[in-house]
Design a binder for this molecule. Structure first.
Ligand code: FES
Length: 112
């Protein structure tokens, strides 16, 4: 594993041998079992989790505590999953966040 703190002064030694496999945008990666998706992606050198729906700018981890929703990705087809709060599981299919419906704007676009 790369880019990980394995020897931590407070958390002690991290077991980096218990790993799972997952995919992100159809590429296969390894993660530590039950670590957050965001941590797994960061450890694999991935900082862009999605692009802003309107500006196209890259988005990644911001608050890392579940408040901002900047880290939302699609997991096994479910949109809007916060990568910073969701533990990675064996075989997860993670994809860059997709555009979420904005009810009023999207209703207008489809009905006017
Ligand atoms: S980084 Fe803010 S909710 Fe995940």
């Amino acid at each position: 594993m790369t880019k990980r703190i394995i020897h931590h002064p407070v958390l002690d030694q991290i077991d980096d041998t218990d790993t799972v496999s997952f995919t992100f945008d159809n590429k296969k990666y390894k993660a530590l079992r039950d670590e957050p998706i965001a941590a797994a992606l960061l450890a694999n050198g991935i900082r862009t989790l999605r692009n802003h729906e309107e500006t196209g700018t890259p988005r990644g981890i911001y608050c890392n505590i579940g408040h901002c929703f900047e880290c939302r990705v699609t997991v096994d087809g479910k949109q809007g999953v916060r990568a910073c709060l969701t533990p990675i599981q064996e075989g997860m299919d993670v994809t860059s966040g997709e555009k979420l419906l904005t009810s009023v704007r999207d209703w207008r676009a489809n009905n006017e």
